[in-house]
Design a protein around this ligand. Structure first.
Ligand code: TXA
Ligand code: MG
Length: 327
C-alpha cells in the first residue's frame, strides 16, 4: 500500500466520504465517526438497518477514552492485553455526545476497537478522526476478507477500496460488554472467553448462542447473518458417516460441496474442501472458502462443524448463523 493512496483515502474520509479498508479481522467500510452525514452513507451502501450500531475504530487508548463516560478497570486491563487487536469494548458513551446518534443507533453505549492492521491504523491517524466501520459487505452477507470480496458485494456503491491483501484473523472481533459488573461477551471471536477471563481474573458471561430477541442487544447476532446465497447445511464434527445417504441423495439432484476437517470426508462427492485443523488457521480461511463456494453455482454446501471447544466458539458461532443443521 503506497503512502499516496492512504493520503487520498484519508482526504476522502475528512471530506465526508466512505472508504473500505483492511483490518486484521475483516475489511471495514469506514466513515468519520464524528460526521453523521458521512456515517449515513455507510448504512445506505450496506442496506444496514438503522437499529444496528457501529464499532468506532481509534488509534490510541486516549482517543478511546474521549468517547466514553468512564473507563473502567476492566477496560484498562483488556486494552492493555489485547489492543491493538481483534476485540471491541462496549462502554458507556460520553454524554457530551460528540459521536452522533446514528453511530450508536441512539443507544447510551458505544463499541470501540483499536485495530492492529497497519493500513487501518495509518488511515485513522492520517484522517485525524475516529472511524465508524462495520464489515464492508452488504447487510446480512458474508464478511469480506479480501478486497475483491468487498468489490463483489459493494462495488459501484462505494468510491474506494484500499487493497491490503487477505486479512489475518479472518472473523470479526470479539465484542465484550463492560457496562455491567460482569464482563459479557456479545459476539465471540478469536479472543476467547478463556483469554478474557485470564486477564480480568474474574467471571465472564457468554451470551448463549440462542436467537431470542434479547440478543438484539448486539444485532449482529440475529439468526440470518453472514449467510451465503447457496443453501448451507451443517453436520456435527466427525458425523460424516451418519449423513452419507443424505449426501448421495443430494449429489444425485445437483452439485454439492463438502467442507470438513476430517479426512474421512474424501468421498465420492464432487467438491471437497479440507479446512485447517487449528482454530486460527480455520478462522482465517472461513469466509474465503464461503465466498468461493458461493460463487460456483452449487445446489448445496454441506459443512462439518469443528469441535465444540472454547477455542472454536467464534468459528462455530459464524457457521451456525450461515447455515442450518442437516438432519
Ligand atoms: O472485526 C470487526 O469488528 C469488524 C472490523 C471492520 O473492525 N467490524 C464489524 O462491524 O464486524 P459490524 O458492524 O459488522 O459488527 C459490529 C457488531 C454488531 O453485532 C453490532 O450490533 C455490535 O457490534 N455493536 C456495535 N455497537 C454496539 C453497542 N454499542 N452495543 C452492543 N453491540 C454493539
Ligand atoms: Mg458485519
Amino acid at each position: 500500500m503506497n503512502e499516496e493512496s492512504l493520503t487520498r483515502a484519508a482526504q476522502m474520509l475528512r471530506a465526508g466520504d466512505v472508504v473500505a479498508f483492511p483490518t486484521e479481522t475483516v475489511y471495514g467500510l469506514g466513515a468519520n465517526a464524528l460526521d453523521g452525514d458521512a456515517v449515513k452513507k455507510i448504512y445506505r451502501a450496506k442496506g444496514r438497518p438503522a437499529h444496528n450500531p457501529l464499532i468506532v475504530h481509534v488509534t490510541s487508548i486516549d482517543q478511546a477514552r474521549e468517547l466514553v463516560a468512564d473507563w473502567p478497570q476492566q477496560a484498562e486491563k483488556l486494552a492493555a492485553a489485547f489492543w491493538p487487536g481483534p476485540i471491541s469494548l462496549v462502554l458507556r458513551r460520553n454524554p457530551a455526545r460528540q459521536i452522533p446518534d446514528i453511530v450508536t443507533a441512539g443507544g447510551d453505549t458505544i463499541a470501540i476497537r483499536l485495530p492492529q492492521h497497519p493500513v487501518a491504523r495509518k488511515l485513522i491517524e492520517l484522517s485525524g478522526c475516529p472511524l465508524a466501520a462495520p464489515s464492508a459487505n452488504a447487510s446480512n452477507r458474508i464478511s469480506p476478507t479480501q478486497a475483491n470480496h468487498v468489490l463483489a458485494s459493494l462495488g459501484g456503491r462505494i468510491p474506494l477500496v484500499l487493497d491490503g491483501g487477505g486479512t489475518n484473523a479472518g472473523i470479526e472481533s470479539t465484542v465484550v460488554d463492560l457496562t455491567g459488573d460482569v464482563a459479557r461477551i456479545l459476539r465471540p471471536g478469536s479472543v476467547t472467553a478463556l483469554d478474557i477471563r485470564k486477564v480480568l481474573d474474574a467471571k465472564v458471561t457468554e451470551k448463549a448462542s440462542d436467537k431470542r430477541p434479547e440478543t438484539l442487544k448486539s444485532p449482529g447476532q440475529l439468526e440470518v447473518h453472514y449467510a451465503p446465497v447457496t443453501p448451507l447445511w451443517l453436520f456435527g464434527y466427525g458425523d460424516i458417516d451418519g449423513i452419507r445417504s443424505g449426501i448421495e441423495q443430494l449429489s444425485a439432484q445437483g452439485k454439492v460441496a463438502i467442507v470438513a476437517i476430517s479426512e474421512s470426508v474424501n468421498s465420492a462427492c464432487g467438491i471437497t474442501v479440507a479446512m485447517p485443523a487449528d482454530a486460527s488457521g480455520y478462522a482465517r480461511e472461513l469466509y474465503r472458502v464461503l465466498h468461493d463456494l458461493d460463487s460456483r453455482g452449487l445446489t448445496t454446501i454441506l459443512w462439518e462443524l469443528p469441535p465444540d471447544d472454547t477455542e472454536w466458539t467464534g468459528v462455530r458461532d459464524r457457521l451456525s448463523r450461515a447455515g442450518k443443521p442437516f438432519v
